[in-house]
Design a protein around this ligand. Structure first.
Ligand code: IPE
Ligand code: IPE
Ligand code: MG
Length: 235
């Protein structure tokens, strides 16, 4: 059964604020609980034959939030990076980041670089953290780099294929098989647009801080039952 499990799972971890508000707590408390949920999930998935886990930690649109919430999130990332780092190191997983560095503090950038550097030879799986990430941003960024390579004569226009284009993205990742979004919202909020071309979507009302191993199993079970045709005809 396990070989039918998804290879690349991506998660839009949504609902932290509502989780806290429902309990009369500050939104930031929800983010703290959300970080704990992520730690558990990142510890769980790599034993399920899942090779790549991509998570949406902070979008290019999230800068619209109050300064207090943004500052809290940035400090939480520093703490969460350290804790997740222990988990992924133990698991032999490589940590990578997708997104742009601008607007991020030097402290956060240094922590990101440390994690990437110290896990770069790990081969058990990939933990892709999307921070200051936007899907349209990623495609535009790749288009600019590819245009420059054409201008400089490194590649020809006729060489552009999906797999070549993929190499110009923030990271050259396999396609997403299963996209999970918590909290009941049925939208993708500018997450990995290119990579989810043929992804199976799984939307759940569960708020991210309540998403645990059992919920992950439910998502995988739902995925396994899907009939992925990729434009073909069922045989
Ligand atoms: C997701 O939870 C975490 C981030 C966007 C950083 P939200 O903070 O969006 O929670 P809701 O959607 O307001 O409940
Ligand atoms: C998407 O959630 C971004 C992250 C989970 C980091 P949002 O809460 O920001 O998305 P919208 O605003 O509901 O579309
Ligand atoms: Mg939200």
């Amino acid at each position: 059964m396990d070989n039918k499990n998804p290879n690349h799972v991506a998660i839009i971890m949504d609902g932290n604020g509502r989780w806290a508000q429902k309990r009369g707590l500050k939104r930031t408390k929800g983010h703290q609980k959300g970080a704990e949920a992520l730690k558990k999930i990142s510890e769980y998935v790599y034993d399920k034959n899942i090779k790549v886990l991509s998570v949406f930690a902070f979008s290019t649109e999230n800068w619209k939030r109050d300064k207090e919430e943004i500052d809290y999130l940035m400090n939480l990332f520093l703490k969460a990076f350290k804790e997740n780092f222990e988990v992924v190191k133990k698991k032999g997983v490589k940590v990578i980041f997708s997104g742009v560095k601008d607007k991020l503090s030097n402290k956060v950038i240094a922590a990101m670089e440390k994690m990437t550097e110290e896990t770069k030879d790990n081969e058990k799986g990939i933990f892709n953290i999307c921070l200051n990430y936007g899907g349209q941003d990623e495609i535009i960024n790749a288009t600019k780099k590819i245009s420059l390579d054409i201008k400089e004569g490194n590649i020809n226009i006729k060489d552009i294929t999906p797999s070549l284009f993929n190499k110009y993205l923030f990271n050259d990742l396999p396609p997403i098989d299963l996209l999970i979004r918590t909290s009941g919202e049925c939208r993708i909020s500018n997450f990995m647009l290119w990579q989810m071309a043929y992804a199976e979507f799984y939307f759940t009302d569960v708020l991210w801080p309540d998403f645990d191993e059992k919920e992950m199993d439910k998502a995988i079970e739902s995925y396994i039952k899907r009939d992925r045709r990729f434009g073909g005809v069922e045989k």
